[in-house]
Design a protein around this ligand. Sequence first.
Ligand SMILES: CC(C)(COP(=O)(O)OP(=O)(O)OC[C@H]1O[C@@H](n2cnc3c(N)ncnc32)[C@H](O)[C@@H]1OP(=O)(O)O)[C@@H](O)C(=O)NCCC(=O)NCCS
Length: 176
Amino acid sequence: MGDHKLVIREAKNSDAEAVIDYLNQIAGESDFLTFGSAEELHLTVEKEEVTLKDYAKRENALYLVAVYNGQIAGTLDFFGGTKKRTAHTGEFGISVRRDYWNKGIGRALIARMIEWSKATGIIRKINLRVRSDNQRAMHLYKSFGFEEEGVIRRDFFINDEFYDSVHMGRFIDGQK
Ligand SMILES: CC(C)(COP(=O)(O)OP(=O)(O)OC[C@H]1O[C@@H](n2cnc3c(N)ncnc32)[C@H](O)[C@@H]1OP(=O)(O)O)[C@@H](O)C(=O)NCCC(=O)NCCS
C-alpha cells in the first residue's frame, strides 16, 4: 500500500455518519452484496450509532473499519448468536470500496476478525455466505481455511436473475 497508512480498528459511535456514506458508496459498486442501494437499508445516523454501540458492547460481535488515508475503505461485521446455544457461532459480511480492491484490505480485515475471535474464548465457528460466482471472495476465504459446507439455491435475486449462495465455515479452536 505504498506510503499510505492502513488502519484496521473497531468502529466507534462517532463513525456512524462515515459508515453510512461508505455504504452509500459501495451499494452501487458491486452485485455481490445483499443490497443494491443503501436506501434499502433504511439508515439514519441515529440508528447507525445504536447499531455500532450494540456491536461494541457484545462480546461476540465485531464491527471493523479499514481506514485508508483518513477514509473508510472497507468494513467487516460479525454478529454472534444472542442465545447460549448459538453464542459460539455467527456470520460475517465484508466489503471494500472498489477503488481499493486487490490491495490486501479484505485480507487484513479477515485476519483481524480471526485473531479477535480466538481471543473472545466464546467463538468456536465463523460462517459466511457468498454468491457462488464470487471468485475473488471465495479465493480469499479459502486462503484463511474457510471450507464450503453447502449450497443454497436461488438465495439471491439480482437484476432479474437468481443466484446460488455457498455457505462456508471455519472452526475456531485454540491457536489453529
Ligand atoms: C471481496 C472483497 C471484500 C475482497 O477485498 P479485497 O481487499 O479486494 O481483497 P484482498 O486484496 O485482500 O484479496 C483478494 C484476493 O483475491 C484474489 N483475486 C482477485 N481477483 C480474483 C479472481 N477473479 N479470482 C480469484 N481470485 C482473485 C487476489 O489475488 C487476492 O488473493 P491473494 O492475496 O492470494 O493474491 C472485495 O473485493 C469486495 O468488497 N467485493 C465486493 C463485495 C463482495 O463481494 N463482498 C463479499 C460478499 S460475500
